[in-house]
Ligand binder design. Structure first.
Ligand SMILES: Cc1cc2nc3c(=O)[nH]c(=O)nc-3n(C[C@H](O)[C@H](O)[C@H](O)COP(=O)(O)O)c2cc1C
Length: 216
């Protein structure tokens, strides 16, 4: 690992902002986009269960359909790549089996050796009290992916705008998610800011460090 210099990290975090106007003429190069897709895949999640899917929209016709159900925000159409963040609606024993099989495959161990781990997940997420809030639990994992995606994009000099300003049920309909077991939570257009976007020049509004970080 070749660690980033601290000033480079802080520069990127200050440089990024929720982009309101994208330059519709600029496209993210394929190698950088692939790296950002990797940042989604590599996101950590509780138990490692990855209760998500990400739909990448570049088709102008589909973007045009999504814009009116996204509070008509122009970023949907003007960005280079639009990511729709989906969360699993439920976690079942089948999901645990899939994950155990994948772990066994990747790590080269027998699935039976993971029975204890499966038991923890079963007792917590499938049969335990947390099952009552499982959709919320899944949503929390998905937001980790959104945060990681935005930070990684900034490090590559790519702009993003996290978006909850959309109608999730309409997204589900347009994207054909009925019966898939996944639902829309948020979207994130990515691309390059327009020089006209005055929001890029506004100072960041954040509470003081001492107000939000407590040292003990
Ligand atoms: C989950 C989430 C949803 C948001 N939804 C929208 C949105 O729909 N449209 C928009 O322009 N900005 C949206 N924002 C951007 C926030 O307003 C912005 O991140 C915040 O004001 C901090 O400013 P900065 O990101 O420019 O530093 C959203 C941010 C988050 C984290």
């Amino acid at each position: 690992m070749n660690p980033l210099a601290t000033p480079a990290l802080l520069d990127a975090l200050h440089w990024r902002y929720a982009t309101k106007l994208f330059d519709p003429a600029r496209r993210i190069p394929a190698d950088q986009w692939t790296a950002l897709e990797q940042s989604l895949v590599l996101t950590p999640s509780s138990y490692g269960l990855q209760p998500w899917k990400f739909i990448v929209v570049t088709d102008p016709a589909l973007k045009a359909k999504l814009r009116p159900v996204s509070w008509n925000q122009s970023q949907i159409e003007d960005c280079s790549h639009l990511v729709v963040f989906l969360a699993k609606e439920d976690i079942t024993e089948g999901d645990l089996d899939r994950f155990i099989a994948r772990t066994a495959e990747v790590r080269g161990v027998p699935p039976e050796s993971l029975a204890g781990y499966r038991g923890y997940m079963l007792g917590d997420l499938v049969k335990g009290p947390r099952h009552a809030v499982i959709a919320e639990w899944a949503a929390r994992q998905v937001y980790i992916a959104l945060g990681q995606f935005m930070a990684c994009a900034a490090l590559l000099g790519i702009d993003t705008c996290p978006m909850e300003g959309l109608e999730p049920a309409k997204y589900d309909e347009i994207l054909g998610l009925k019966g898939s077991g996944y639902r829309t939570l948020a979207a994130c257009p990515a691309g390059y800011r327009s020089p006209e976007d005055k929001y890029a020049r506004l100072p960041k509004v954040r509470y003081e460090m001492d107000d939000v970080i407590e040292q003990r």
